[in-house]
Design a protein around this ligand. Structure first.
Ligand code: ADP
Length: 698
């Protein structure tokens, strides 16, 4: 399979020193706490315009009853360029039920005490090699607090076992090296060292409305590069724009668009419905106006065996600054369970035809739990790619388009995350560093262009599925497909986050682009020495590897650096009117065309009011990042009228950065998320010029 994924190569170094007693247990007692370009962007009817283990239990169904038809039925065959993987959406964030897994008994949920100690040191003895690489001779196992892992628990335990690390199911009095949370950074408070598998603010950032907004900002700056996200409107705020668009499109009798309405904060397909008419929109639920995203429905997805499917891809954000992104080479393909037809008034409500969510389709009589990874309603991504490749599809092209989609999406969400990060873990305050596995849901269109549906901050890491053993009695049985994919993702994330490993890997990063083959090689050799023969890494580094191709997109991060600089008080996430005035004055923006301070105040009030109005549960007042970005665009447009928005923005950024002096970049780095960084990786910077590179897929 690795051929499909570009140039990844893993070299095993046989000459590493052996780890000695790596498996020795830490005498620390566990706490006893009670349980606990890219193709055409045309979607559906109109184009995007520039707008802001093996199954250990026999299943009830035999493989032969599978609704999946032979490959010859696949409509794309013989057509052009792209393959079509399918994605799986298995979100179940926040699910708190205790697992009852056959043969394993009930799992207790632990409650961790706050850590009294800072930074336990695992490495007992180290020595430096001539090349500067630190190598371990003897070390204690890496410690992992798994007391908050909830539904990830089984996959996590298997991963830790494979790595020969040490788990703490009930938490630990001393600090652990790694904390595994199920939902949020705040699952476990008072962590002052180590690494947590969630970023502060990620859940909020990836809610449907916020993600749509972040992508839209990027679409305004880079419409071509961000045409992988369906055109979307946020309701109720943008109802007027949406209705105008619908009326306009309907004037053309040949076009009959369909829209998909998704409640904000929803998951697993809950509350989602299709509409063709404005009157079908349910804006009020009960007596409340519900926030939602309404989106162009992609009417021509790629089909396999006449079925719609989507791809669940796992992506690791290893650090924010410098930005490090890894993509899992193996993912899941989730299939619908009713043959696909283009939407019509008759079939709009057929969820098994239009929605690929596992959580919905599992209730269909046609759902096939398969023992094999390449049949049934949930399959491995590689099996789907393999099948497409066999039909002559250019898998490398698809894969590189997917990589580009992932990098661009992460670049869109990093600014807001950075603001959360500096507020929750301000520089100078003790705290852990963060990493996170995200679940990208991607749909391949018939022309093989990947489209982003959503990003899940808490992708399901369950490796079991529910089975009815007697009427009304359910139990969890292992799911081989899930186990194959998810254990690999968790295990290799841990390998990459190994606190000792990070040092040696960091020491090999040069010139802003980490040579991932060296990283892989390092990990492989360590694997052989200390952990037995582990499979090669399933996570492939894509950033900073492809920095050159994508760095020019990181403009909003530079605006964010200005925003953070003027926030002032630690922990703040909103700019007050005085701070906004200071920004204008310091950057000398009021000198141009008599932009008086009174006008500055009016701008502040106007934009802040519009943005804070619909903000849910926001107790804070002031100007948030998105409002600041809008104000920045306004100022840039006013100053550089003749240019397009992207050029206006770059010009104003250069002007502001020049006013703030030569140290602004360094300051920005320390202001944002310096503690997330391996100190040795300091060379990757945001582009300050405007290389105008094409975002050619890597
Ligand atoms: P949820 O978080 O509730 O799963 P998604 O945005 O993932 O919400 O949508 C659920 C499912 O609906 C997707 O898995 C996909 O099958 C389908 N879907 C979502 N958006 C679109 C779209 N724009 N066009 C076509 N199908 C879509």
């Amino acid at each position: 399979m690795s051929d499909y994924y570009g140039d990844v190569k893993f070299h095993l170094d046989q000459n590493k020193p052996s780890a000695g007693d790596a498996g020795k247990e830490d005498p620390e007692e566990q706490l006893h706490v009670s349980a606990s370009p890219e193709r055409s962007s045309s979607i559906g009817s109109f184009p995007i315009s520039k707008q802001r283990g093996k199954s250990r239990t026999k299943q009830g169904k035999d493989e032969t009853t599978c609704c999946v038809k032979p490959v010859s039925d696949w409509p794309l065959l013989g057509s052009a360029a792209y393959p079509s993987p399918a994605v799986i959406n298995l979100n179940n964030p926040g699910c708190e039920q205790a697992l009852r897994i056959k043969g394993t008994g009930k799992i207790l949920q632990g409650k961790a005490e706050s850590n009294g100690n800072c930074g336990s040191r695992n490495v007992q003895e180290t020595h430096s090699r001539e090349d500067g690489c630190v190598c371990s001779l003897k070390r204690k196992p890496v410690t992992v607090d798994i007391s908050k892992a909830k539904t990830s628990l089984e996959a996590l335990k298997l991963s830790i076992k494979q790595l020969k690390w040490k788990e703490f199911p009930l938490g630990r009095r001393a600090a652990c090296d790694i904390y595994w949370h199920s939902a949020s950074f705040h699952d476990n408070e008072n962590i002052i060292s180590g690494q947590v598998n969630k970023f502060p603010g990620m859940t909020e950032m990836l809610r449907k409305v916020n993600l749509s907004r972040a992508v839209r900002t990027m679409q305004e700056l880079f419409p071509e590069e961000y045409n992988f996200y369906p055109r979307s409107w946020i309701l109720p705020e943008e109802y007027q724009e949406f209705s105008t668009q619908v009326c306009m499109v309907k004037k053309d009798a040949t076009v009959n668009p369909t829209f998909i309405v998704k409640p904000d904060g929803g998951s697993q397909g809950n509350g989602i419905y299709l509409i063709r008419d404005l009157s079908d929109l349910k804006l009020i639920v009960g007596s409340q106006a519900k926030r939602a995203v309404v989106q162009e429905y992609i009417q021509t997805p790629l089909l396999i065996d006449k079925l719609k499917f989507d791809i669940r891809l796992y992506v690791l954000i290893k650090s924010l600054e410098p930005l490090e992104i890894y993509i899992a080479k193996e993912g899941l393909a989730r299939f619908c369970t009713e043959a696909y037809q283009e939407p019509s008034q008759k079939n709009l409500s057929h969820v098994f035809m239009h929605l690929t969510n596992y959580s919905l389709n599992v209730h269909s009589g046609n759902f096939v739990h398969s023992d094999s990874q390449n049949t049934g309603s949930k399959r491995t991504l590689s099996s789907v790619l393999f099948r497409l490749a066999a039909k002559g599809v250019d898998i490398k092209r698809v894969w590189s388009d997917i990589i580009a989609l992932v990098i661009k999406t992460v670049i869109a969400v990093v600014p807001e995350l950075t603001v959360h990060y500096q507020a929750d873990i301000p520089p100078g305050k003790p705290g852990p560093t963060c990493f996170q596995i995200l679940g990208f849901d991607i749909l391949l269109m018939k022309n093989l262009k990947p489209m982003l549906l959503e990003v899940n901050s808490n992708p399901s890491m369950r490796i079991e599925h529910e089975r009815e053993v007697a009427p009304g009695v359910f139990e969890y049985v292992p799911s081989p497909v899930d186990e194959e994919v998810k254990v690999g993702v968790i295990r290799d994330t841990l390998r990459l986050m190994d606190p000792f490993q990070e040092k040696s890997v960091s020491s090999r990063v040069k010139g802003g682009a980490c040579e991932d083959e060296e990283v892989d090689s390092e990990l492989q050799s360590r694997s052989r020495d200390e952990m037995g023969n582990l499979p090669s890494l399933c996570l492939k580094q894509v950033y900073p590897k492809y920095t050159k191709q994508f760095n020019y997109l990181r403009l909003v991060e530079r605006i964010t650096a200005l925003f953070i600089r003027f926030l002032g008080i630690k922990g703040n996430m909103r700019l007050g009117p005085t701070a906004f005035r200071t920004f204008i004055r310091t950057c000398k923006l009021s000198n141009f065309r008599n932009f008086s301070m009174a006008s500055v105040d009016i701008l502040y009030i106007d934009i802040t009011r519009r943005w804070s109005g619909p903000a849910p549960n926001s107790k804070e007042t002031g100007m948030g990042l998105q409002a600041f970005v809008e104000a920045f665009f306004y100022l840039a447009g006013r100053r550089f009228k003749s240019l397009v928005l992207r050029e206006q923005t770059v010009s104003l950024l250069e002007l502001c950065e020049a006013q703030l002096g030569p140290h602004s970049n360094e300051e920005r780095r320390s202001l944002s998320c310096s503690r997330a960084l391996p100190r040795t990786i300091k060379t990757q910077t945001l582009c300050l010029s405007n290389p105008q590179l094409n975002s050619a897929a890597p």
